[in-house]
Design a protein around this ligand. Structure first.
Ligand code: T1G
Length: 697
């Protein structure tokens, strides 16, 4: 018997315990242990009921994702759960923490389920490019019906134990000790003479409903909302088998569809995204025992959109936060903005009034730097101008207590220069939030030349506390994400001057999976922002680095995007729906003429390569400069901050999947055709010539 699963009889009750930290994943040892323990309990005549309970913070959180892509080892999970369900003695799964994926499938193969009130259950396999492959698509519909099962399996979203109890997934909720609750429930079953209640044998929830119509509706919804994804439609096909086939055949159909997902490139990309998001929080050269400073209170300088969003992140994490503004009026406006933003969540039903008040009680407004003398960490979020930053950091240096961490939310200015405005550069770090700060998960933690290890470790820890995806980056213009998005934006604009239209370019990138195309994004953020960066670069770049002129022409025509109702697209009053801009063709013609370019039709594939390879080439430069620790950190940044599709794995994973030799060859061609910007990154050249991948670094 493996020691990750133990069996102990307590009177007439067999207690099976799983103890496989950190999340009781269903690795081979757990599967073997479960199968042997249930078999032994079944054979023990003294046993009248079986209780399955897990040690640690959570019930089984699913298959061991690390096993995917490796040769399967017997027993497979489907075999284990079918054995559990076939047992003649009533089995009870005692759920706490999260019962996810295979964990919920194990619980569903048990005859009864009880859960701690604060637990969650779900089938998130679709988020990994998979589908529930151990009976979940057949058993869940038998408990909650096809409609709810489709919602849960296609969204991958967990539900609370309370909702699970209302739906019948969980028979009873409890508080307190897991085993005591499990044994009490088992004793009651024995007393009531209740035996096995096999989920697979239940059909009542499948009857009397037009399940085929539900399936058709879900298929149409997926086609509309997630056209590029591989596994959602297969999730639907598997659930469809739950009411069109007998259980055994349905399980077989599920297995076939699971196999199709397992071998899809999207599964590899999504699993890569899952693990690398967690890897990104590990700073390779930070000693494991680096101390973390306590952050019990925070300050935010600047009560604009970013500052208020950042302050809300602290309030959401239960950390009191003071917003400093330059006047009473600006201060009050900032507090009001926070309240209004929370109010929108209350209107949407995602936040209760009570929670709003609890969070607002943590947000206060000040106008005097002296009131920051007690805070443990400050985030500066003022205008992107070095002169303004200097005044702020000198004031912080003069007023904040020794040991307070002073951070800047700057999106591209030199953090080392900012740190040198203080007498404590070792306490200065960058915390680059993404707008809207209270929503976007990405946080670039910018490590200055003098940032001390414990300040960096604290910044990473506070990122996790704020439920951000914190990724350490080095100091350069634009750090990682913005530095790469500049290349991507420039290439997309050159494509307009060469013959493409905004709708074509946006269409190609949306089809690839980007959340928004570059021109819809430009219209949203405002063309003047991009133009200011262009103008700044025009002053500093040497002449061989040509820049597109389209933004300047649009601005001259008063077309700044949504804020002026007209940009790359036209927007009717009060609408954000992009419509074709009839004035654009003439502007594009003029830009092409001025650049001496003969406009010509461009293929979708060519457009995708120009935009994606610009990202990849810059990513390779960032990697070799040490601005990012790992290629996968760049993937994590781009997925979580720039809408790169996780089912493509991130720019660097995507490059590996194409083959660096092919990417390098195309970049050499672009270098020939389009000049200096396309000089291949030496690291890319090296890896391509050695037949290696970014993942090999
Ligand atoms: N397999 C292997 N390792 C896992 C894991 C898993 N399922 N889940 C988490 N880990 C690791 C994770 O990499 C990290 O490792 C540590 O545990 C803590 O994770 C047949 C096929 C459970 C909500 O998708 O959602 O079942 O960095 O930092 O924030 O149908 O982990 O410490 O080395 O995320 O407290 C379905 C995935 C699998 C659940 C806990 N299950 N996990 O969150 O901790 S497919 C999932 C999570 C499946 C069946 C199919 C979360 C969590 P390290 P963490 P957390």
């Amino acid at each position: 018997m493996s020691d990750v699963v133990t069996l102990e009889r307590q009177g007439p009750i067999a207690v099976i315990r799983v103890n496989n930290p950190p999340v009781n994943a269903l690795g081979i040892a757990v599967r073997e242990g479960l199968q042997n323990s249930f078999k032994a309990a079944e054979a023990d005549a003294e046993v009248k009921a079986i209780v399955l309970v897990c040690e640690g913070n959570t019930f089984i959180a699913g298959a061991d994702i690390k096993e995917f892509g490796k040769p399967p080892k017997s027993p497979g999970l489907p075999e284990v759960v079918n054995d559990i369900e076939a047992g003649s003695k009533p089995s009870i799964a005692v759920i706490h923490g999260t019962a996810l994926g295979g964990g919920l499938e194990v619980a569903l193969s048990c005859h009864y389920r009880i859960a701690r009130k604060d637990a969650k259950v779900g089938l998130p396999e679709v988020k990994l490019g998979l589908l529930p492959g151990a009976g979940g698509t057949q058993r869940l519909p038998r408990v909650v019906g096809v409609e709810k099962a489709l919602d849960m399996i296609v969204s991958g979203a967990p539900i609370s134990a309370v909702e699970a109890n209302e739906l019948g997934v969980v028979d009873e909720l409890f508080d307190g000790d897991l085993l005591a609750a499990g044994k009490a429930f088992a004793e009651q079953l024995i007393a009531d003479g209740k035996g096995a209640r096999r989920t697979g044998e239940r059909t009542d929830k499948l009857e009397g409903v037009d399940n085929a119509a539900l399936v058709a509706a879900k298929r149409a919804e997926i086609d509309k909302k997630m056209p590029g994804l591989f596994s959602p439609q297969r999730c639907v096909s598997a659930v469809e088998a739950s009411f069109t086939l007998p259980l055994a055949d349905g399980l077989k159909r599920e297995r076939e569809l699971f196999g199709e997902c397992l071998t899809s490139p999207q599964r590899a990309a999504l699993v890569h995204a899952f693990f690398t998001e967690r890897l990104a929080s590990k700073v390779d050269d930070l000693p494991k025992d680096t101390p973390v400073r306590e952050v019990k209170s925070a300050g935010v300088i600047g009560g604009g959109t970013m500052g208020v969003g950042i302050a809300m992140c602290f309030a959401n994490a239960g950390i009191p936060v003071k917003i400093l503004e330059i006047s009473d009026e600006a201060r009050d406006k900032a507090i009001e903005r926070a309240r209004d933003t929370y109010g929108m969540s209350v209107k949407r039903g995602s936040l209760s009034e009570a929670a709003l008040e609890k969070r607002m009680a943590l947000v206060s407004g000040i106008t005097d730097y002296a009131d920051l003398s007690d805070v443990d960490l400050v985030v500066e979020a003022v205008f992107e101008d070095m002169g303004v930053k200097q005044k702020v950091f000198e004031a912080l240096d003069a007023n904040c207590k020794p040991g307070a961490i002073l951070s800047s939310n700057t999106s591209s200015l030199d953090l080392n220069e900012i740190a040198n405005f203080t007498k404590r550069p070792e306490d200065v770090v960058g915390l680059h939030f993404f707008s809207p700060a209270n929503v976007m998960r990405l946080l670039e933690v910018v490590r200055g030349a003098k940032t001390s290890n414990d300040v960096l470790a604290t910044a990473m820890a506070i990122g996790k506390k704020l439920k951000k995806v914190a990724v350490p980056v080095g100091v350069c213009d634009g750090f990682v994400g913005n530095r790469m998005v500049f290349q991507y934006g420039r290439e997309s604009e050159f494509l307009l001057e060469e013959g493409a239209t905004p709708a074509q370019v946006d269409g190609v990138l949306k089809k690839f999976g980007m959340a928004m195309g570059p021109f819809a994004m430009r219209d949203l953020s405002g063309l003047d922002i991009g133009l200011a960066i262009r103008n700044r670069q025009r002053e500093t770049l040497s002449p061989e680095y040509k820049l597109p002129t389209i933004l300047g022409k649009m601005a001259d025509a008063g077309m700044l995007g949504q804020k002026t109702g007209k940009g790359f697209y036209v927007y009717e009053k009060g609408s954000r729906t992009p419509l074709e801009n009839p004035e654009l063709p003439a502007i594009l013609e003029a830009a092409s003429k001025e650049q001496g370019i003969q406009r010509q039709p461009l293929s979708d594939e060519y457009i995708l390569e120009r935009c994606m390879y610009a990202l990849i080439n810059e990513g390779a430069k960032i990697l070799e400069e040490g601005i990012a620790q790992r290629a996968s950190d760049i993937d994590v940044i781009y997925i979580n901050g720039y809408g790169f599709p996780s089912h493509q794995g991130g720019p660097m994973f995507y490059a590996d999947s194409i083959g660096l030799d092919r990417v390098y060859a195309r970049i050499c061609e672009f270098h020939e055709q389009h000049g200096a910007w396309w000089k291949p990154a030496p690291l890319l050249e090296k890896l391509a010539k050695e037949g290696r991948k970014f993942a090999d670094l």
